[in-house]
Design a protein around this ligand. Structure first.
Ligand SMILES: *[C@@H]1O[C@H](CO)[C@@H](O)[C@H](O)[C@H]1NC(C)=O
Ligand SMILES: *[C@@H]1O[C@H](CO)[C@@H](O)[C@H](O)[C@H]1NC(C)=O
Ligand SMILES: *[C@@H]1O[C@H](CO)[C@@H](O)[C@H](O)[C@H]1NC(C)=O
Ligand SMILES: *[C@@H]1O[C@H](CO)[C@@H](O)[C@H](O)[C@H]1NC(C)=O
Length: 618
């Protein structure tokens, strides 16, 4: 007997299997049609620009904080973190925090204009002693000033805080009166004053200003010294009084020991005035170059007489030699050359031209009184040869190679859009209908992350490449809308030669518009623009720079739209801009503090020579 089915207690008529199949089929077809025609409307659209198009309706407010949490309706109102000291310059501002690698700064700073940056590395002090009170003629003072400047720049670039001490610091030391009681040679008296000045400052390093760091940022000794903790009073084998490192307690003990020495009158230097056990002697110091008279006589015989005579010419020569060695050491570290990044290569020649020019400056051979010589600490160096300069490439993607130095140019999404579309009149419709999201960052990180990765992990990789310790030592990132910073010498640690020799001829530092040769990029690295395109690129770039400062309502709207469409590219641009600005502010602040002391010795005289704006010089 068939089972009697029932619904709500009523019998249900039995349906034969054939009619059952037809019924189920009909329901299925109906269901599919319903889905197809209703679903697209019911899926909430993400951050789309549908709202911005066809300007008849008033523009709704774009969310100011584009963080994931903004989507949460139950989000609590929060105070933005407090403004930190010296954390703003012009319209750029930043907030320093440990969680700097979160992809979108605004989720922490609650302000789209404030970028999240890593904490500034603590710079341990390194002291040198210079007596600016001795009267000398002004040429001589200028020459010494140049040497001190070279010293400061080199140590600054390696992550230290170079400080010039003078007799003022020595006199400030309570032990100074005790020194006056001794009847000793002026030379040893100066040596003791040096130590008194150091003791007065405390823990750190005491360095002769003819001792320079020449090695990679990752060198184990430099890394150790950067930690700023010196468990024992240390000197370096064969470097004599060139460099000491120690803590305040140990320095004080050593100074007291020297002053209490009955044989102080017979001592040649500080080291022989104390018992040998006072110092631990470090044998390994490949990254330290010391230009003491013995080394100069030994290695640079040709100019030794000039230098050791102590005249002004000799000093200038010595300074030029050390700068050239710093530069060629840098070139020797980056044997694979310089990569000037050029993502979206088609029309980017004008945009990357400042970076390319900087690369040319860096690749050329420094002027030197002995061009084929090596630094004292690197006898097997490869001196720069003009016929085989450092290779400059323009790859589209960032490559993390230790021997490759990267110069990146980070465009605002609008700049990038103008140049990739190669037209001046982009509008909201174009952005929405035709442009891709985050094109710049996607191309840049393609080799590292592949395709099919969202913006957030790309931004994190980018931030690491820009601002990690490793990143700062292996790359430089600039924004094309602003002038290239004039103080890049401090980033690299040596005076960058300012005239390019890509044509083999020397030029005046500021060439006229027609004299500047157009760069000839390697065709392997992407398309080479023809002269007409070149002109158009320059005019588009000009337009992009104007847009960066313009603030009409229409432009604001366009800016809002393009930034919302390219969240990751915008974040990258802001981050690079803020990072560059902060390193400049850090240095200016330190200059400001330092120029009060030692009669302002070692300061840059006159304004640093800029690079010229990229469009003024062609
Ligand atoms: C960010 O800066 C722009 C330009 O200076 C300004 O118009 C905008 O109001 C700022 N946004 C916030 C949240 O302060
Ligand atoms: C690049 O490589 C170094 C080590 O070779 C690593 O420490 C660093 O995190 C890498 N950077 C990026 C952005 O991948
Ligand atoms: C740079 O220019 C100056 C003159 O302005 C010239 O004396 C010098 O030789 C040039 N240097 C190089 C490397 O071309
Ligand atoms: C840093 O801030 C102080 C006041 O807080 C100001 O006097 C000084 O000029 C600032 N320095 C720089 C380089 O902005």
């Amino acid at each position: 007997m068939p089972v009697q089915r029932s619904i709500f207690g009523r019998p249900v008529p039995a349906i034969p299997p054939r009619r059952m199949a037809v019924l189920l089929g009909t329901i299925a077809v109906f269901a599919v049609f319903t889905l197809v025609f209703t679903l697209p409307n019911s899926i909430p659209v993400g951050p789309s620009l549908g709202r911005f198009t066809d300007h008849k309706i008033a523009l709704p407010k774009i969310p100011k904080q584009l963080s994931p949490s903004i989507l949460n309706p139950f989000r609590q109102a929060a105070h933005a973190p407090p403004v930190q000291k010296n954390s703003t310059t012009g319209e750029v501002s930043w907030y320093t925090n440990w969680n700097w690698l979160s992809p979108f700064s605004s989720s922490v700073t609650l302000d789209e204009n404030r970028s999240l940056l890593p904490p500034l590395e603590e710079r341990p002090p390194i002291y040198t002693y210079y007596d600016h009170t001795i009267s000398k003629d002004s040429d001589r003072k200028d020459a010494e000033n140049k040497i001190l400047l070279t010293w400061r720049r080199a140590w600054w670039a390696q992550g230290f805080k170079p400080i010039i001490l003078s007799p003022a610091e020595a006199m400030n030391n309570p032990l100074y009166t005790e020194l006056q009681l001794h009847d000793i040679e002026p030379f040893i008296k100066t040596e003791l004053s040096r130590w008194l000045a150091w003791e007065n400052m405390g823990t750190g390093m005491l360095c002769n200003y003819l001792l320079l760091p020449m090695g990679s940022y990752e060198d184990p000794l430099l890394t150790f010294l950067r930690r700023g903790e010196y468990p024992v009073l240390t000197r370096f084998d064969k470097l004599g009084s060139g460099l000491f490192a120690g803590s305040k307690v140990d320095i004080t003990a050593a100074v007291k020991q020297a002053l209490g020495n009955k044989e102080l009158k017979a001592a040649k230097d500080f080291i022989s005035a104390v018992v040998p056990e006072t110092f631990e002697i470090e044998p390994k110091h490949e990254a330290l170059a010391y230009y003491d008279p013995v080394t100069i006589k030994d290695k640079y015989g040709k100019i030794a007489d000039d230098i050791n005579e102590g005249g002004t010419t000799g000093m200038l020569m010595l300074n030029q030699l050390t700068v050239a060695h710093l530069h060629s050491t840098w070139q020797n570290l980056f044997t694979k050359g310089i990569a000037v990044l050029k993502p979206e290569a088609e029309h980017m020649s004008a945009m990357i031209s400042p970076a390319y020019r900087l690369a040319e400056f860096l690749a050329q051979c420094p002027e030197s009184p002995m061009p084929a010589s090596c630094p004292p600490n690197r006898p097997r160096c490869k001196p720069c040869v003009a016929s085989t300069p450092l290779k400059i490439t323009t790859p589209p993607a960032y490559r993390n190679t230790t021997e490759l130095y990267t110069i990146g140019t980070v465009p605002h999404p609008y700049t990038n859009a103008l140049l990739t579309s190669f037209r001046e009149d982009i509008d909201v419709r174009w952005i929405r209908r035709e442009s891709e999201r985050d094109p710049w960052l996607t191309t840049l990180t393609k080799e590292l992350l592949g395709t099919g990765v969202s913006g957030a992990p790309r931004v994190i990789k980018f931030k690491q490449a820009v601002a990690s310790k490793y990143g700062t030592a292996h790359s430089l990132w600039i924004t094309p809308e602003k002038e290239t910073p004039a103080d890049l010498d401090w980033h690299f640690g040596f005076a960058i030669p300012r005239n390019a020799t890509d044509t083999g001829k020397s030029e005046t530092p500021v060439p006229g518009p027609e004299r500047r040769p157009v760069q000839k990029p390697d065709p392997k690295d992407g398309p080479v623009p023809n002269p007409d395109d070149e002109k158009k690129e320059v005019s588009l770039m000009k337009r992009a720079i104007e847009f960066g400062t313009a603030r009409t309502p229409d432009e604001e709207k366009l800016r809002g739209a393009i930034e919302a469409w390219n969240l990751a590219d915008t974040e990258a641009w802001r981050f690079a801009r803020a990072f560059l600005a902060r390193s400049r502010v850090e240095r200016l602040k330190w200059e400001e503090e330092e120029k009060k002391y030692a009669g302002g010795a070692g300061a840059e005289r006159g304004k640093a020579e800029g690079w010229g704006r990229w469009f003024d010089d062609r």
